[in-house]
Design a protein around this ligand. Sequence first.
Ligand code: PLP
Length: 405
Amino acid sequence: MMFSVDEIRKDFPILTREVYGKPLVYLDNAATTQKPQCVIDAISEEYCSVNANVHRGVHFLSQQATQLHEDAREVVRNFINARSTAEIVFTRGTTESLNLVASSFGEAFLKEGDEVIVSEMEHHSNIVPWQLLRDKKGIVLKVIPIDDCGRLKLEELEALLTPRTRLVSVAHVSNVLATVNPVKRIAEMVHAHGALLLVDGAQSVPHIKVDVQDLDCDFYVFSGHKVYGPTGVGVLYGKEALLDRMPPYQGGGEMIARVTFEKTTYERLPYKFEAGTPDYVGTHALAVALQYVSHIGMEAIAAHEHALTQLAMEQMRGIKGMQLYGETDDKGAVVAFNIEGIHHLDLGTLLDRLGIAIRTGHHCAQPLMQHYGVEGMARASFALYNTKAEVEALVAGIERVRRMF
Ligand code: PLP
């Protein structure tokens, strides 16, 4: 069932503002999404009337805050269809979730010569933690190449998998090409070689229905702020049996069972991985955001964004000098491009003057830029509140800028 974008837009106060006297056309949603009023209210109301530190208090407010925090874990579990809340670890975001796995899984399961495989289209957050581990433990980092349409070369993955492969870590959806990677198929391939699969869901959770049991991935990570939730809170999903065997990532606070100077024992899952005071207001607000999108329906959101992306691609193809990156049919809600003779930074700056916010640069994917032989790209990315009129404004804006050169 479709939804009314006009009605949805009323939920997002920021969308009524102007920049440089022009209505804001916000097309930088892959970097972060705007927040609906219900999320803003959830944060404000919790600080106004509930705020107390969680887990450690016997008093009323602490118990109420704890309840909201733990209810949020159940909302996340349900949203991605994990088996148990023990499998839902709250973190600061995708980057911290990836670093947690690299550090803790690396500690427990990887030794010199073991192999981790990432892909050529990864965000730096899914490259650098593995390089840090390579420096520390002598693991081998391998890379799945892509074709020029932006598809992973799965036959090359098959060739890269060896008895020394321990983990494959790939994006579900690329933040530049918007390729939707066949992670369920990849899970089968990886498991057939006795290795594990980590999926970076930063760009998928906001746009498509994710079911971690159906995908059968071993880890899945995402950020709250890209799915209409607050900044500073994210999620690591991991299969319970696996998380159980991994050592803590950080020490202190909520992750202990008992501490003496001689020996410390750790809390059960998921608390073992949650040292220190969690962002309990953020987790509650994230749950409100997930309930908000669930109410609209992920299928309806995906259909709306797909239509916007197709329209943008179609109209942009007609612009002289246009180079589009990522041309898969089922791609997500991102259009990355360059225009011959115009630096992407100039394009972004001039579009900004027209009220159109896009992102320019390397998009934290420098190896991908190297694949295409460019230093950077312009990127427009869509969300559930974007309209066809905004896509048309983008296209008209690009044409206007192009004529200046
Ligand atoms: N992975 C992908 C695919 C992303 O698009 C991003 C953010 O753009 C990240 C990881 C990092 O997310 P965060 O900065 O929220 O940790």
